[in-house]
Each structure stands twice: as structure tokens, then as C-alpha cells.
Design a protein around this ligand. Structure first.
Ligand code: ADP
Ligand code: NI
Length: 218
């Protein structure tokens, strides 16, 4: 088995059945998207594939905000699988920099491979899958679907984003609708546009159903 296949097998075992939206199938989709983007953008495909496979190995939100856990875990797994040193540093850097941390927080990637993996991760937060993941995460966190008394909120700092007690519908405003303008690559931007439009239709329709505005023929 190749290094990428060995790492994929380890990650599949570890993430099978995970229920917060970071399951193996999310990682598998991000892996495929990152591979396609890396080819189109002329990035190192192996670094992008490995970065995608380990990108959620220890999400900062689930470790009390300790951002060193993910990179450390990724490095350990790559070492255990015999990855060459020259591959470990660029892959670990992707894990350290990939996460969205709020509307007002810039999270630039330091490599073309990282740009592809971040775009791939964001594409999987958009579209039909993105809608499903948003409500799955909201349910996991015990959040209401929507609350008309709460106006849409954006967060200026990582701390405010992390500790916000919003609704699942607000997640479209605090993150998902912002992603199309934050894509790094031209190929990623093209894919994001269609997924964004689908999601915007969904939210518009959600609000009309909530208000009891839709008739039988709509
Ligand atoms: P990223 O990998 O970009 O850091 P996250 O780990 O923040 O993504 O999110 C994983 C999934 O859960 C995404 O689909 C994201 O949109 C969703 N999600 C994250 N935070 C919330 C939230 N507060 N409410 C609803 N969905 C959320
Ligand atoms: Ni992810």
C-alpha cells in the first residue's frame, strides 16, 4: 500500500461512525476534492491528499481551543506510517492553519497545497451536504434550528465565534455564506458558486415555510 493508502486506512478506522459532521465520509470527500483541486492548480498532489486525510484529526473546537493537538497528532500518525520528513512539515502546516475561526478572523494558508485542502474542506461545508452537516452539528451541540427573535450575527474574534450560542440557521450567516468569497483557488471558487446558490435558495425557502408563506404549488 502507498503512504496515502495507509494513512487513509488509519483515518477511516478512527473516524468511522463519528457523529458531529467530521465523520470518515467528510474526510473522504475532502480528500477527493483536494486531489482534484491540486491537479487543476498544479500543486503537489501527495501533500494535498495527506493534508486532506489528516486535516480534522483533532479539531480545535473539541480540545478546549488547544490548537497544538491537531498538528501534533498528525505528525505522530505520519511518522508511524513512515512518511519522509520532507512530507511531514508541509502536511502538519496545513493542519495547523486550515480552520475557519470567525467572520473577522483571517486564516490564510501558507502553501498552494494548503490552499487546495482548505478550499476542499470549505466546499464540503457548502451545498446540500453543507446544509446537512450544519444541522447535524447543531443537533449534536443542542442548538435550536432557528429563532426569529435572534438577528443574524457575525463574529469579529475567534473567541466570540467559538463561544457563540447561536442557532443552526445563524451558522449560514456567521460562516457558510462567507465562504464563497474566501476561496483560495480559481477551481474552488467555481465549485463554491453553485453550492452557495443552492444554499441561499434553501435558506430563503426555509424562512418562507417558517412564515407560512408557501402554497401547495411552490
Ligand atoms: P472547519 O473544518 O472549516 O473548521 P468546522 O469544524 O468548523 O469546519 O465545522 C464542521 C462542520 O460543522 C461544518 O459543516 C460546519 O459548517 C458545521 N458547523 C460548525 N460550527 C457550527 C455551528 N455553530 N452550527 C452549525 N454547524 C456548524
Ligand atoms: Ni473538515
Amino acid at each position: 500500500m502507498s503512504l496515502v493508502e495507509r494513512v487513509a486506512a488509519r483515518i477511516e478506522t478512527r473516524f468511522a461512525g463519528e457523529g458531529s459532521g467530521h465523520d470518515w465520509h467528510h474526510i473522504r470527500r475532502v480528500w477527493q476534492l483536494a486531489q482534484g483541486l491540486a491537479r487543476e492548480e498544479g500543486a503537489d498532489v501527495e501533500v494535498a491528499e495527506l493534508g486532506a486525510l489528516v486535516h480534522d484529526i483533532a479539531d480545535w473546537k473539541f480540545h478546549g481551543g488547544d490548537e497544538s493537538v491537531g498538528p501534533r497528532e498528525a505528525e505522530r500518525l505520519l511518522r508511524e506510517e513512515g512518511a519522509p520528513e520532507a512530507l511531514i512539515a508541509p502536511v502538519v502546516d496545513i493542519v495547523a492553519t486550515i480552520s475557519f475561526k470567525g467572520a473577522g478572523v483571517a486564516t490564510p494558508m501558507r502553501s498552494l497545497e494548503g490552499a487546495c485542502v482548505q478550499d476542499a474542506d470549505r466546499l464540503d461545508a457548502l451545498g446540500a451536504i453543507g446544509i446537512a452537516r450544519c444541522f447535524a452539528y447543531g443537533g449534536h451541540a443542542g442548538r435550536p434550528l432557528y429563532d426569529p427573535a435572534m438577528p443574524p450575527v457575525l463574529h469579529a474574534t475567534a473567541q466570540a465565534y467559538k463561544t457563540a450560542k447561536g442557532t443552526s440557521l445563524n451558522h449560514f450567516h456567521e460562516k457558510l455564506f462567507l465562504l464563497k468569497d474566501r476561496m483560495n483557488t480559481a477551481s474552488g471558487r467555481r465549485l463554491a458558486a453553485a453550492r452557495h446558490a443552492y444554499m441561499a435558495d434553501f435558506v430563503a425557502r426555509f424562512l418562507r415555510e417558517w412564515a407560512g408563506e408557501l402554497g401547495a404549488d411552490e
